[in-house]
Design a protein around this ligand. Structure first.
Ligand code: SF4
Ligand code: SF4
Ligand code: SF4
Ligand code: SF4
Length: 590
């Protein structure tokens, strides 16, 4: 067995094992998203379970529409961002083109395309085009990661590694093709294989043609000693060489200049071509290219590149999943949540960062610095929690990010992989609230241990202040500024339109303070007295108060800012000191 076959078999075997392990994980969900409601055999059938004919018919239609619109044309991505769609299309179409017309040409191109040869036009030109498309896609992805602030934050080593492997495959391929164009050895091997002639004049003429028209670089400029063996002028030899070339070579070789990337690169290689050829440069580049490809295959099921298969899979299975009303439960499998569908969704994330760019509470990240506030990062933590478990500090950050989420649905609406993020957030919050690891980080829980008055005493009494470092007690723009409240006329409009107040049977008992009361206390400089009010923690950031305020007071923005300030203080205390732990009565200022 040669190196290529052996290496390919090993790489494919590793790849297969990787995907089998993934499927196994889908069937054995772990905390914090597993309810353990189903045994694996039942869960394996969840995605395709339907309970009536109508739903089944709709299921088939949804499969067809999901495959054509979302998988092939990536319509969901186009709706979210045309620029990203173009970038994705370049990567996807370019790579598929190279796969069919290069890596798998033995099984596809030779069988399907008329007179296919990799060095024949239009295929030679097309292969260069596909390579350029992939490189443009990689370049655009890297550029976005360097320049877009949100993405810079969320880009991981895994993303760069995937881009580096793809770029490595294509660049080494271009370099290999260029080295082949200039290689005398490759030329000699072709002549030996396909032109078994000992006619010195024909050999000399052919050599001249390949030097002048195909770009081969020979170690000696004149075709010695062949030209000495015949009594013909250079023009006559060239004419004879063209005849031979037309007869033997043209059916497999078009003008190398149509390889519009490799040919210019080959011109740049001319000064080093003889040395490169003599040192086995073509062989070395072939090994490099093949190793990059093997690395890509091995890495496929374990890293970001897995989304090439998993995102389409999710796009296919999610639309067939019965949809609840917003905020309701998904009854996908015998009335219980489908763990398998969730696990597929988690794995389908391509870490594009679009959800984080649109997240309603992303602004909190700027204040708190908790990375799991951003949905793309929260999903990564969820994935790690499933596979390897979270360290204490990471579990805390995950819990904090989870409970700051307002379930606004924006991330789910924009996700190009159509991951049902809402369902993931709700189920993981349930698991956390039920006391699984990380639940202690929930700020709502900590707040509920004391009344607003007790918290006010703690905040105002300086007990927590004393241990809050400078970077946590950072300057605040709204709650500390008189300009925020000077226009408030205490008309109570904000309170009257607030759905949270409306939902409370007794707002004073359930929420401590109403929005209008909070605005009034802030106006009086009593910021510390409102940080523990449950209104601050129950606000759903619907912005009705702010939209209806006749005086243009930024009520919702201010409440949101207060929540962030209180969270920063609580988190600092819970992670670094006992004073803020409500269970620790030593630090109790109440
Ligand atoms: S969850 Fe969706 S939008 Fe968010 S990073 Fe993953 S694929 Fe992108
Ligand atoms: S549902 Fe949560 S994570 Fe998603 S956009 Fe809204 S606040 Fe952000
Ligand atoms: S914040 Fe606006 S709506 Fe609320 S009490 Fe003041 S003026 Fe009225
Ligand atoms: S943003 Fe908060 S305080 Fe304002 S109306 Fe909505 S829930 Fe009430």
């Amino acid at each position: 067995m040669d190196f290529l076959t052996g290496g390919l078999l090993i790489a494919l075997a590793v790849c297969l094992v990787g995907f089998v392990l993934r499927v196994r994980r889908w069937l054995h969900g772990r905390a914090p998203i597993s309810s353990g409601a189903h045994e694996p055999p039942t869960r394996a059938t969840c995605p395709k379970k339907t309970d009536d004919n109508d739903r089944r018919r709709r299921g088939i239609f949804r499969y067809v529409s999901a495959f054509s619109l979302d998988v092939l044309f990536q319509a969901h991505l186009a709706r979210a961002s045309v620029t990203r769609w173009i970038m994705h299309f370049l990567l996807f179409a370019g790579f598929v083109g190279l796969l069919l017309m290069h890596a798998m040409d033995g099984v596809f191109s030779y069988a399907v395309l008329p007179s296919y040869e990799p060095t024949l036009d239009p295929y030679q030109w097309l292969r260069n085009l596909f390579g350029v498309m992939v490189l443009l896609g990689v370049g655009a992805a890297a550029y976005r990661r360097f320049t877009i602030t949100g993405l810079k934050r969320t880009t991981r080593r895994d993303d760069w590694f995937a881009l580096a492997i793809i770029a490595g495959i294509v660049l080494s391929g271009f370099l290999l093709e260029s080295a082949k164009i200039v290689s005398e050895r490759v030329y000699e091997r072709m002549v030996a294989d396909y032109f078994a002639s000992d006619d010195a004049a024909e050999l000399a003429g052919l050599r001249m043609v390949w030097e002048e028209e195909y770009g081969v670089v020979f170690s000696e400029s004149a075709p010695q000693p062949l030209s000495d063996a015949v009594d013909m002028s250079r023009e006559e030899l060239l004419a004879l060489g063209r005849e031979v070339n037309d007869f033997v070579c043209v059916s497999c070789h078009s003008d190398t200049a149509s390889a519009f990337v490799s040919y210019p690169v080959s011109r740049a290689l001319i000064p080093v071509a003889p040395v490169l050829d003599g040192a086995g440069g073509v062989n070395a580049l072939w090994y490099l290219h093949v190793l990059f490809c093997f690395a890509g295959i091995v890495y496929l099921p374990f890293g970001k590149m897995a989304h090439v298969f998993l995102t389409p899979l999710n796009l296919l299975v999610q639309p067939t999943r019965p949809r609840p009303e917003r905020g309701g439960d998904i009854q996908a499998c015998g009335g219980d949540d489908s763990e398998t569908m969730r696990a597929i969704g988690v794995d389908a994330c391509m870490h594009c960062g679009m959800c984080s760019e649109h997240c309603s509470v992303a602004a909190s990240y700027a204040v708190l610095g908790t990375k799991d506030i951003l949905p793309s990062e929260k999903l990564s933590s969820l994935k790690r929690a499933k596979t390897e478990g979270l360290e204490d500090a990471d579990a805390f950050i995950f819990a904090e990010g989870s409970f700051i989420c307002t379930e606004c649905h924006r991330c789910t609406d924009v996700c190009p992989a159509r991951i049902d993020l809402q369902d993931l957030w709700i189920s993981s919050k349930r698991a956390l609230a039920a006391g699984e690891r990380g639940g202690r980080g929930e700020p709502h829980r900590q707040i509920a241990r004391y009344t607003a008055g007790q918290w006010a005493a703690r905040f105002a009494g300086g007990k927590l202040h004393a241990t809050v470092p400078e970077e946590v007690a950072r300057p605040v723009m709204l709650a500390d500024s008189p300009q925020t409240f000077w226009a408030c006329v205490q008309c109570t409009t904000c309170t009257n339109v607030c759905p949270v107040v409306a939902a409370a049977e007794d707002p004073v008992l359930e929420l401590d303070l109403t929005p209008q009361q909070i605005m009034n206390m802030l106006r009086m400089g009593l910021k510390d007295h409102v940080l523990g009010a449950r209104m601050v923690w129950s606000c759903v950031t619907c912005y009705k108060c702010q939209e209806h305020c006749p005086q243009g007071v930024r009520v919702a923005d201010t409440l949101f800012e207060l929540r962030n300030i209180a969270t920063a203080r609580l988190r600092h205390e819970a992670m670094h000191g006992a004073a803020g732990d409500p269970d620790n009565k030593q630090g109790d200022g109440a």
